[in-house]
Design a protein around this ligand. Structure first.
Ligand SMILES: O=C1O[C@H](COP(=O)(O)O)[C@@H](O)[C@H](O)[C@H]1O
Length: 220
């Protein structure tokens, strides 16, 4: 695990957006398309604001949420909404969005759609103060199954701490990404990260499942 500390959140957004654009370009150099998984929540918006202007073949990028809250797509809490409004605009409007809402073909159909884009070329994750990442929450119903090495690519998660059920990429998909970035801000998340490193147990600190190969970006 590599930790990069930035002078402030703006610097972090600019630098991380540059790194992600470079990694997407490199992935597109070697393949017809690149898969790019991104978090929702309150942290990644400024990174998306910078990244959406990057010059690259966005029409060959497949953007996948790391997790989705099962609310309508235009709901305030929808990760899809954040991604559509802050990332899939400007140059990046050409990218193809691969959503995590199960359709008429249920979870099986969703798993098979997501499988087409694995391994993920570039993965960005967020983390909550409770050490959850994507929607892998400590104590959640579905967490044990999501941590299994042979877990399906996506799983339904329910946790008392969250107001609605969720769909999340699972640990093997997150661990299998070609490049992984964890983006966090503030002292509480920094302390949570330290706790997760200490615990080193994904059942108690789900984020610890991905720390080994991740670059962590932190700003106050
Ligand atoms: O619920 C979620 O939480 C995490 C962290 O969100 P943040 O608001 O603390 O940045 C996020 O990465 C995930 O995508 C989201 O659904």
């Amino acid at each position: 695990m590599k930790l990069i500390t930035y002078a402030d959140r703006d610097m972090m957004a600019i630098d991380l957006a540059n790194v992600l654009a470079g990694e997407l370009k490199a992935a597109l150099f070697h393949a017809d398309w690149a898969s790019f998984a991104v978090p929702g929540g309150s942290t990644p918006g400024p990174v998306f604001d910078d990244l959406c202007a990057a010059t690259l073949d966005w029409d060959r990028v497949r953007v996948i949420p790391t997790d989705e809250r099962l609310v309508p797509p235009d709901h305030d809490r929808s990760n899809e909404r954040l991604i559509r409004e802050r990332l899939l605009v400007g140059a990046a409007a050409e990218a193809q969005f691969v959503g995590l809402r199960p359709g008429a073909d249920g979870m099986e159909g969703l798993c098979s759609r997501v499988s087409r884009y694995l391994p993920l070329s570039v993965l960005v994750l967020g983390m909550g103060d409770d050490m959850h990442t994507a929607s892998l929450f400590p104590g959640a119903q579905g967490l044990e199954a999501a941590l299994e090495p042979d877990a399906p690519p996506v799983i339904r998660i329910e946790t008392p701490g969250a107001p609605e059920p969720r769909i999340s990429l699972t640990a093997p998909v997150l661990r299998g990404a070609m490049s992984t970035h964890l983006v966090i801000t503030g002292q509480e998340k920094r302390a949570a990260l330290e706790r997760a490193v200490e615990l080193n147990d994904p059942r108690l600190a789900p984020v610890s499942a991905i720390l080994k190969n991740a670059t962590i970006h932190w700003a106050e």
